[in-house]
Design a protein around this ligand. Structure first.
Ligand SMILES: [Zn+2]
Length: 235
């Protein structure tokens, strides 16, 4: 049976004793194709105002080419924020959407889709915050226009494992969940790094299986980087 877009988007994050969160958050991804189209934002079906609404490049699922499947993005071993933050263009954004599903509720709706500029703006803001976090000093300048984070709902829930009552946070879409995941990582003993060879983001430090000093996402990329360096010196 097909899941109606929107129905599967629910669930909570529960913050545990040490500030970790349990990712009960459920979202949906699309097994079919995505397309990029220029379209108006169609604010609430007010057609008379359509001319005043600017057109945006949007990426959306192509109806009939696949199915919506519910899943829990924050239970994946591959953390979505690590794949989201390095996105700099439309093609890598599309790759992300094919893998993790739309980022916003607009993205799950038939005639809408995720707005490319807004999503790229969020990713670039995330990189700026990360850069400021790594520089250790200086003011944090953020262009608020790039950010469209929907505030999470906060409440209390019983931890399904420990049975203790804990703070729960409910992101309203995948994008908001990704910001939370990034924020929790930033506030934890983990250090977020970008691979010197490919630019991919990865985590180092306690519980990540990587030394804090690691500079590459994989051993293969360390070798590739060093080989390229040798090649340059020779050449
Ligand atoms: Zn790499």
């Amino acid at each position: 049976m097909l899941t109606k877009p929107g129905e599967a988007c629910q669930g909570i994050l529960i913050v545990d004793d040490v500030g970790n969160w349990l990712s009960e958050f459920s979202w949906q991804r699309f097994t079919g194709e995505f397309e990029t189209r220029q379209s108006r934002s169609g604010g609430g079906g007010q057609k008379t105002l359509a001319q005043d609404v600017p057109e945006h490049l949007r990426i959306r699922a192509v109806e009939g080419t696949g199915e919506w499947e519910p899943y829990r993005p924050f239970q994946m071993t591959e953390k979505p924020y690590l794949h989201f933050a390095p996105i700099e263009d439309e093609s890598s954004l599309r790759w992300f959407l094919e893998r993790f599903g739309p980022l916003t509720r607009d993205g799950t709706e038939r005639h809408r889709g995720d707005v490319v500029d807004v999503m790229l703006g969020n990713a670039s803001a995330m990189r700026d915050i990360w850069g400021a976090a790594n520089s250790g000093d200086g003011d944090l300048h953020l262009d608020d226009d790039r950010l469209r984070i929907r505030s999470p709902m906060m409440w209390f829930a019983r931890d399904p494992f420990t049975k203790k009552v804990r703070l729960s946070i409910q992101p309203q879409d995948l994008l908001a969940g990704i910001w939370l995941q990034f924020g929790f990582a930033l506030s934890s003993p983990i250090t977020i790094k970008a691979c010197r060879h490919c630019g991919a983001w990865f985590e180092t430090g306690p519980g990540t299986g990587k030394k804090v000093t690691a500079e590459f996402c994989s051993a293969a990329h360390q070798i590739a980087f060093n080989n390229a360096l040798k090649g340059k010196k020779k050449g």
